[in-house]
Design a protein around this ligand. Sequence first.
Ligand SMILES: [Zn+2]
Length: 435
Amino acid sequence: MSYLVLARKWRPRRFAELVGQTHVVRALTNALASGRVHHAFLFTGTRGVGKTTIARIFAKSLNCEQGPSTEPCGQCNACRDIDAGRFVDLLEIDAASHTGVDNVRDLIDNAQYMPARGRVKVYLIDEVHMLSKPAFNALLKTLEEPPGHVKFLLATTDPEKLPVTVLSRCLQFNLKRLDVEQIEGQIAHILDAEGIASDGPARRLLAKAADGSLRDALSLLDQAIAYGGGTLAEASVREMLGSVDRHRVDALLRALIAVDGPALLAEVAALAELAPDFGSVLDEIASVLHRIQVRQLVPETGERDGDSELLAIAQSVEPELIQLWYRMALEGRSELPMAPSPQVGFEMALLRMLAFCPRSGAGTPVASPASQAATPTAGSPARGRGAVEAVGPSASTEPRSMTGVPAAHPAADAGNATNAGPGGHDSTRSAAGTA
Ligand SMILES: [Zn+2]
């Protein structure tokens, strides 16, 4: 028997097996239970969150030979054929490859005939926003008053592109991206059922890399199992994803905090030997900086993050500096494609962070006249924002903005921390806005 990819093998066959999307399931099962089922549904959401899966389960619920039910039997011919994707009265159309008006005309002509085997003819039109304008117009009339034996299930990743006339004729459900815990839970469940050994950090890495899509998670899981020779271990998953051990990120941050240039470059060189994806290393640095900042500014939330390394860093670095570094990590990432090589781009991003370290003697004369002149306003929110904005590629070539930033720290030490706080929050927003 040929190997069945996990995403297909573990495609949910019942509403109860679905991960997440409880709001949609409740609405659909209520409609089925009451017998009042709308004739057109629109499922929106990013790829791999369950749009077609839900549509298929819904089609089974309507067509199960045991009678319409929220719990289709899964055993009868109709259920089995729908699961296998060969049920004649479930017509799946990929609008991305059938955009023309002729395709829609065929579909509409066909809709007037009674179902061949089932109770209800279900049209599942995926990526429906790809239909051409004439195709939409051809669809509208049928969508408004379809024959009683027809249900339309439309799915799209991009509802903004749908004509209002189509939107207004459908019951719309927005499927949510799955969070890391939901994906991680499903990965653990599948590995357990498949009898595959794994460790927690490996599962977590995959769940994060899937970025909200369960289908992507299971594709990655397939790859990782093959890559790891039948098991799932953190080291091999990292290698596969091109991501980097958290300890390496900590080592980089420690070198920065110690303003230890040689140690920093040695860490970068050691890292380069692993041939990582430097962009995702910068992502990892940015996300560690985010957690550090939460520890610093909202400690009551951060306490749940029982990471002692993180706590040590949080206590030894000014919150404003974390903001700067975060911004530099994002900028470094966006500049990577323009860098002579990814490693050079990565190294420059870290050297830029080093250049802004408060105790860095060489490039940042803290006691210069320019920075002394800046101290009176250094702790104010406006100043804090200005300092962060000065980090842009054009501004950072200007010597004054270089010296202005370290000067903010003595002022913050002198008791202006409360003033600096709001500045930090503002710059969070501005950093996110320009990223
Ligand atoms: Zn059935």
